[in-house]
Design a protein around this ligand. Structure first.
Ligand code: ADP
Length: 417
């Protein structure tokens, strides 16, 4: 068109130059608009352009939109990953190839004492100063785990595992709290040692007595035989009591809770326990029972009987002759209280926490002499746990002790309803 106009006017060169200049200006103007639009981030609608520039704006806009969407998707994935690993109960620390911390979750801050503000970018080896941890971190083979105490809390035991990933020697450190497992492991070891120790003495006595009976000649008197048999019987009974108590504990630990919970008349049960206590004490103590004429609990009769009679038997065993033993049972608004109070030898405060541990005794010699197995209070604790009840022990050395069991109000059964 311009060319035609130029030819018509006979000014071809001028017209061509002018039209080229106009074309150039149009491109420059579009470039400036493009640069301005991109400088603003390119997120707004693209400028309206004609021809090739319109197409260009449109394609750039589409590309940026696609980019933005995939970035948003990626950010979502990363934040979901961070959220889920933060919620993990185990500690997770992402480490660079050279051992610097890249990222860690909330559990890592708690278990390893790390702080986001100061420790990102620091070498973990400089923060967790434990010789075995340093040795573990610098080794090549991570097929086995490491058990160490937490640098933030000495009482917490951690199991550390390192998982190499990403092909660039990057490592993920996982730390798991194994305090409870370790405790259970130690308890199991102690338990086996205790049972063996408890059974060893009676078995040694039995073996000794059997040997002397086997070696006895005809000159031995009936009296010597009787003495040996008496010893054997005594230690046999002792072993039976230990095995019975162990079986009881094992049953309490493994059987389904609340399986046999029926209405139990505490008043009737305590009258029976009172009679049994008088026989056990051989009337050497003054035993008093204070219980309402009718009081019922939902529970397991055999278990409750065993727990209550254990407490009463202890009061008798650990009280001198003539001592007063008071058995009380009360119903209050908050629940039922069963207490056994004595004026016996009492217990020093530092023992009280541990009394319900299996085989824990203040004076093992005295306990064995009175036929105790060291398992009575462990049974009491288990039974109470299974009935939602709590045990409270108060005691003063040489003044006496009180063992109280608190049953929640929802355990009370009303036969009238
Ligand atoms: P044991 O068979 O030895 O009596 P228990 O588990 O019943 O085992 O009791 C643990 C320990 O608690 C006893 O060895 C004793 O030292 C202490 N104990 C329990 N009851 C009393 C009490 N009424 N007075 C003093 N000490 C007690």
């Amino acid at each position: 068109m311009t060319l035609l106009l130029g030819l018509l006017m006979g000014e071809l060169l001028v017209v061509t130059l002018v039209s080229m200049f106009g074309f150039l200006c149009w491109h420059v103007a579009n470039l400036v608009r493009l640069e301005k639009w991109l400088r603003k981030g390119g997120s707004a609608m693209p400028p309206i352009g004609n021809g090739v520039w319109g197409e260009l704006y449109y394609h750039i806009y589409r590309m940026r939109e696609r980019n933005r969407k995939s970035k948003r998707r990626l950010a979502n994935v990363i934040s979901r990953f961070k959220e889920s690993t933060s919620a993990l109960p185990d500690a997770a620390v992402v480490l660079h190839a050279t051992g610097e911390i890249e990222w860690f979750n909330a559990a890592a801050a708690h278990y390893l004492g790390l702080s986001t503000a100061n420790d990102i970018g620091q070498r973990l080896i400089n923060l967790v100063r434990h010789p075995s941890f340093a040795a573990y971190l610098t080794q090549e083979d991570f097929s086995s785990s490491l058990e160490v105490s937490s640098p933030a809390d000495e009482t917490m035991m951690l199991e550390i595992n390192i998982v190499p990933y990403g092909g660039k020697n990057q490592n993920l450190l996982i730390a798991r709290d194994i305090t409870r497992i370790k405790k259970l492991e130690n308890m199991r070891k102690d338990f086996v040692a205790n049972v063996s120790h408890e059974l060893r003495t009676p078995l040694t006595v039995l073996t000794g007595s059997l040997e002397s009976l086997a070696d006895a000649d005809d000159s031995e008197t009936l009296e010597t035989w009787r003495r040996s048999l008496g010893h054997m019987q005594q230690h046999n009974i002792r072993m039976l009591s230990i095995v019975d108590d162990l079986l009881m504990i094992s049953r309490l630990e493994t059987e389904d809770n609340k399986r046999d919970h029926y209405p139990v008349s505490l008043s009737a049960m305590l009258s029976t326990i009172y009679v049994e206590a008088s026989v056990l004490s051989a009337d050497a103590h003054e035993i008093k029972l204070d219980t309402p004429s009718s009081l019922w609990l939902m529970g397991d009769e055999k278990e409750l009987h065993s727990a209550f009679s254990n407490l009463v038997a202890n009061a008798i065993c650990y009280s001198p002759a003539g001592g007063l033993i008071l058995i009380t049972c009360q119903q209050r608004e908050e629940g039922v209280y069963f207490c056994v109070k004595d004026e016996g030898i009492g217990i020093a405060p530092h023992h009280i926490q541990r009394l319900t541990e299996r085989f824990y005794r203040v004076d093992a010699g005295r306990s064995r002499a009175s036929g105790g197995t060291g398992l009575g209070l462990a049974i009491v604790k288990h039974v109470l746990d299974r009935h939602g009840a709590k045990l409270k022990i108060t005691s003063r050395v040489e003044h006496g002790s009180e063992f109280c069991c608190y049953f929640p109000a929802d355990r009370i059964y009303d036969p009238e309803k």
